[in-house]
Write a protein that binds this ligand. Sequence first.
Ligand code: TYM
Length: 330
Amino acid sequence: KKRIFSGVQPSGNLTIGNYLGAIKNWIPMQDEFECLYCVVDLHTLTVRQNPAELRQRSLNLLALYMACGLDPQKCILFLQSHVSAHSELAWILNCYTYMGELNRMTQFKDKSAKHSDNINAGLFTYPVLMAADILLYQTELVPIGQDQKQHLEIARDIAERFNNVYGDTFTIPEPYIPKIGAKIMSLQEPEKKMSKSDENENAYVFILDKEDAVLRKFKRAVTDSEREIRYDEVNKPGVSNLISIYSAVTGKTFSDIEKEFDGRSYGDLKEVAGQSVAEMLRPVQQKYNDLTANKDYLNSILKENSEKAAYMARKTLSKVQRKIGLLPRS
Ligand code: TYM
């Protein structure tokens, strides 16, 4: 069976970008492949966190994974910090990664510009920890949104470099980036990615936003001064984003959507797209509320699943340690 790994940071409320670009695609994979889906809590430490909030958000993200349809009987749902092999392999891989490579990461450039008061070494080596996450499990496929593509490429480069020196050790992972939904844009500035950390709350829709908030944000979405509903990313980014969202939610093609809205107003498109999103989110929110009420249950899942993940991770880590010359514990 093909091995799948992916993760989301518990760094705030998740947006429909996280859902449509990543999590939604994880769901069908659990029936076909061997899947590990991780709450990547260590990655959030690159930005200063409130400890109590981080604990809460980590557990809530597990609940959200399950509310979206991930089944802990079918896939391994766990916390990154509960499997210490992630940190151990990350250190080793740091020594096989060049400063120059990390310097080219666009996310590092963006984030260090944004958090100029705290450009820590973790922010710089962030992609190496991500590579460790993936390579530990001999992952073949990594379902992610467009913005993580560069990080996947460096993971592949590190794996190939290591394999070249020590012989076959790591499986070279492939990205899985959906054709539609891989880059959901801001509803306010459609040239920019939708991000949970945007200052303008009308720019994003949270998975947990109430229906009236979802509809209101779509109603306020920025479009353009024409009238025609047509997909054209360059000249009509706002309208194209609404079409993409509606398409990703419903499975309708762009040309079907253009036909559906032929002669209709931007207001109609915003309303119909907003409603489709609200409908998609309703069952997720219901399940989420039930799950978060039962912390003991969530904690028991984490315990059981992290043991399974740790067992799998140990195999790769031991192999790596042996190959590079670390003395085995006897
Ligand atoms: P994170 O937490 O920023 O985002 C989680 C997933 O959501 C996708 N995504 C989007 N997709 C479409 N449109 C958007 N506007 C949008 N915003 C976010 C991201 O591409 C991602 O798939 N470094 C990763 C977490 C990570 C990881 C891993 C992922 C750590 N280790 C190993 C895969 C495998 C991150 O910060 O994602």
